[in-house]
Design a protein around this ligand. Sequence first.
Ligand SMILES: *Cc1c(COP(=O)(O)O)cnc(C)c1O
Length: 858
Amino acid sequence: MKTEGKKYIHWQENAQPVWKKIVVESHLPDSLAPLRELSKNLWWVWNTPAEKLFEYIDKEMWNECAHNPVVMLDLVSFKRFRELENDSRFMADMNHVYGQFMQYLEERKDPGNMQIAYFSMEYGLHDSLKIYSGGLGMLAGDYLKEASDMKVNLVAVGLLYRFGYFKQALNLHGEQMANYEFQDFSKIPVQPVLDEKGGWLKIEVDLPGRRLAARIWQVNIGAIKLYLLDADLPENQEQDRHITHHLYGGDNENRLKQEILLGIGGIRALEKLGHHADLYHCNEGHAAFIGIERLAGIMEKHGLNFTEAKEVVRSSTIFTTHTPVPAGHDSFHDNQFKYYMESFPGRLGLDWETFSKLGKAKSHEDHFNMSYLASNLSQGINGVSKLHGAVSKTVLKELYQGYLKEELEIGYVTNGVHYSSWTAQEWKNIHKEYFGEEFPKNQLDFDVWNHIYQAPEEKIWELRKTLRAKLINYIKERFSDSWVKRNENPKLITEVKNKLDPNALTIGFARRFATYKRGYLLFRDLDRLSKIVNNPERPVQFIFAGKAHPADKAGQDLIKYIVEISRRPEFVGKILFIQNYDINLAKMLLQGVDVWLNTPTRPLEASGTSGMKGVMNGTLHFSVLDGWWVEGYRKDAGWALPAERTYDVQDFQDELDAETIYNILEEEIVETFYDRNKEGVSAEWVDIIKNTIAQVAPHFTTGRMMQDYHERYYLPQFERSRNMVNENFKWAKELAAWKLKISSVWDQIELKKTEVADGAHNVMKIGQDYPVRVEVDLKGLSCDEVGLELVITENGTREEPQIVEILHFEADACEGSVCCFKLNYHPVHPGSFNYGFRLYPKNEGLPHRQDFKYIKWL
Ligand SMILES: *Cc1c(COP(=O)(O)O)cnc(C)c1O
């Protein structure tokens, strides 16, 4: 045998495996075709029964695919499909869900007659669609879902990023690694938009010396279509293919190119797709070029001049600003801006100088500001909370010289969250039980939410327990996977897992790690923190998560610091940082933690939305009174740190705020949570939950937000913009002509005389009348084309004078081109004041004074 065998020994040198490629496409049996259809519309994301269908197919696979049904349906075995076909319960469920889906679409077949085009740089819809980075995107995503639910006729435009925003991984030292993953567009819920001949629908925009092409993709969000532009095409120059590679990646120049594509390309895409929207909503200044492209389009198509077209564009545009610091607003240096935009003024019949004024507040500025552009081309401007509306007046006030800040026509619509996307199914069931079967369709009936007071306290307590336990399990899985990957000490992993306690008071803090959000505040006194978390009878645990922008070193250092603290023996399993904050983690956290903590530096949190996601789930909010919480906070419905700053020095303010946080934690939050009755329930805690749901939650849904946008902006602007275009733009032309007339003589207007009777020596007596008379040479304007007002302000020390009173003069022609203004001043308040006479152009057709910014202080 031995010698026999030897014969067969030889060296195999050419026996490497040879692989040939075949692709076997999964075959979904016809009977399961509804699954494919459901996978292509994000409706399933906020309809739990639909989501459950996918999960049921193969739970493990569903998690491995990160809840992406497009990927999953390609992976499921034919055998499993056959099983499902024979699973009568599954088939019944699927057909039921599919029936509901079809009915939902059917009910939205006839769109309303006011179409809104919505533009945003990012949209947070589902983790498989990596076109969001944080709050701005989440808001836009929720808004689209709500638009679908509320049958609003809206189309949305954005960009499709090849690598999206980064995935966060932390190494052993807590250093953030930003991983950009290549997106295979065939595996995400986007579909090509084709023309009649089956070719891909594309648009082009001009870049210096070349054209940039982009193809159009479509995302279905219920009945809403979101169109995404993608420049990663072989016909583009290599460098231009990168334009849509990263969200908020690259340099300022790339940002400019992205914004050209979003604004100018976006309008062209809608044109190609045959959408002629009535209103254009610019979500943040990124998309402000929509105004420019529309101006050019209207001028070319209807033969209007620039000022006429501007009336049309302004009346139909709404600009929502989200950024409370001036530096946060995109702007581009003149040289760079001119290099890219040089051809534009020609299309608008303007010279470069005039054109560039559209993005400037003062002529000597050397940057073109996108928020200024958006403001100049929008009738409606709003911030995203009441406080932020006021803050935005400061940010934009340079644009409206001659007006006091408080007079500015900058309103607000407080953000909201999409109820069905963020509320746990367990809560949805309770809500249906107590608010009625119609819920959440009737969520705008705020009284309905009061029925939560009828729910038994044990039921709510149990529900919270269930959700917390779910979260703790999820976290154990999620963090141990990532810790194993980074070769974390197995002992530490076990220790954390053992210490995480599904019954402990659990507090969450997750958001972008920008310094203003002050993630460090909790750690100012580690001894005290340690006592709080390690109390054996009343344990507390903190879960942190969040990404820092790759260019934000301070934010990354903060993450590192928290990770280091979480490894100290006294904090292991008590303070945990979970990497890669995404929508799914946000959902688990906001449904599962007991308290959501937010510690921004006032007034830098424009709105904040994560806390609203919490309150939908009875997660109690504990935050600085900033952003939405100024409006949301009620006594016994959460906790607040005072709104007023005590110190100018940030470090002192931080110290004070940290102290307050510890006090509230120790004396109120921990105390209340562990104050149990004999059933083991904290009745007071449940009361606070009920107050939160009855009094806070109803006001922070995207439903309420959509309603506010309609009432404050969409409906009035729809009517006015209609009137602008009627009868071949008659009114636009008249108004434009009038504005031209005013502006041509404005600088020559001359004050002739002012007389304040008996007001000698500038001392007046209360109760007496002081006739005031002002004569102005209007240089040919008639007396009723201008208004004159007496503006009285406090003579205080404040930087910005506060208005005490504004009184309007009566006007009479006196002689020639001179107009006499008369007023009887009747002082009622004692004190020392400043006063001034202010002349402004007057026309009933203006939606508000700053629509035509001319002003003259006499
Ligand atoms: C809601 C949400 C945000 C925004 O939260 P803020 O409270 O505004 O900071 C950011 N990221 C994700 C994943 C979210 O779900």
